[in-house]
Design a protein around this ligand. Structure first.
Ligand code: PMP
Length: 365
């Protein structure tokens, strides 16, 4: 027996229990190492093998071809806001085009502006970031440095169902931090996609960057060394000491996805089933629960909704807590409720939340 709750945290977030147990078993002494993984060199061949296995499992899950580099970096998704613009925009006359659909896109724009010309090609601020653009809602010039979007805005709970329209000559860049590995992706459509690990892919401390190799040479070599993707690529993510423990856990999560879940198509099916069960309760609550996102762009990962009042929201969070349903409070910037139901959230957790929501609505409406 453990005290583990159903944890709806937006990140760092729930991890597969089987992965946590494996980590626990190997923690004191990594098989073959005579020491904990935390205690061995990143140059140790056992760790190098762990790193390569993690990369290869990601390549196989997502079907990433040799045209792409897969890099493990530190600095969170936030460092990527700067790195992308430093590599692909700084020193050019081009514009970087941003589709602004929520809080994380806004932060990315702020950093990119320090590096060059940034155009906000679409902005859904007027409707409080509850929707996504169609191709008719923005234009992107053929000579843009890149077109940037966030595939899943974690705070608002809006998720693109497929890649936004982008001219073939322009690299498409995606912040996939909160929906990485939730479904198959046509990686070939991207110039670069990245994700911090602490939602679907592992613990905090590592970010995965998948980048088309021909873009590695664009950057001015005088940008700060850590930001320069080529350094990470050329040195197999060991340009400096990588976050060894986070990469190790990420590798295990990726193998769990492949072996226990059966791949990303299967994962998507489960994620659809889980999220739809909650959206159905919202839709059938006669307005007691109001979903934040427009129905056509509801996130599979972060289910965001409001209750009739702030008092009711507080009561919901508190009562949910006594039902072992944790971390449901919406982000401090938007309020309401956010149920983050990442890959590792078991069906039973979603079921328990759904039952609680139905019961809470019937007692309070
Ligand atoms: N982008 C998205 C979509 C996120 O959800 C987050 C983290 N919540 C970030 C960026 C920032 O990530 P980090 O804290 O790792 O910098």
């Amino acid at each position: 027996a453990t005290d583990r709750v159903f944890n709806f945290s937006a990140g760092p977030a729930v991890l597969p229990e089987s992965v946590l147990r494996e980590v626990q078993e190997e923690f004191l002494c990594l098989p073959g190492a005579g020491a904990s993984l935390l205690e061995i060199s990143h140059r140790d061949k056992l760790f190098v093998e762990i790193l390569h296995n993690a990369e290869n499992t990601l390549r196989s899950l997502l079907g990433i071809s040799d045209d792409y580099s897969v890099m493990f970096m530190q600095g969170g998704a936030t460092l990527q806001f700067s790195a992308i613009a430093a590599n692909l925009l700084r020193g050019t006359d081009k514009t970087a085009q941003y589709l602004l659909t929520g809080s994380w896109g806004k932060k990315a724009i702020k950093e990119a502006k320090k590096e060059g010309k940034v155009v906000t090609a679409y902005d859904s601020a007027d409707t409080n970031y509850d929707r996504l653009p169609t191709a008719a809602d923005y234009t992107c010039p053929d000579d843009a440095a890149y077109l940037y979007y966030c595939s899943n805005e974690t705070i608002q709970g809006v998720q693109f169902g497929s890649e936004p329209e982008c001219p073939a000559s322009v690299p498409l860049v995606s912040d996939a931090s909160s929906d990485f590995l939730c479904r198959p992706l046509p990686v070939d459509k991207y110039g670069l996609l990245y994700a911090c690990a602490q939602k679907n892919a592992g613990p905090a401390g590592v970010s995965v960057v998948v980048m088309r190799k021909d873009l590695l040479d664009i950057a001015d070599p005088n940008i700060p060394g850590y930001l320069h993707y080529k350094n990470h690529h050329d040195n197999d993510s060991e340009w400096n000491t990588p976050p060894t423990f986070a990469i190790y856990v990420l590798g295990k999560v990726a193998r769990w996805l492949q072996n226990d879940i059966g791949g990303l198509a299967k994962m998507e099916e489960l994620n659809r089933e889980k999220s739809q069960s909650l959206y159905k309760i919202i839709d059938e609550s006669n307005g007691f629960y109001k979903g934040h996102a427009q129905t056509d762009c509801r996130s599979l990962m972060n289910v965001t909704f409001n209750l009739p009042s702030e008092e009711m929201t507080a009561k919901f969070v508190s009562e949910a807590g006594s039902h072992r349903l944790a971390a449901l409070k919406g982000h401090r910037s938007v309020g309401g409720i956010r149920a983050s139901i990442y890959n590792a959230m078991p069906r039973e957790g979603v079921q328990a939340l759904g039952d609680f929501m139905t019961d809470f609505a019937s007692r309070n409406s």
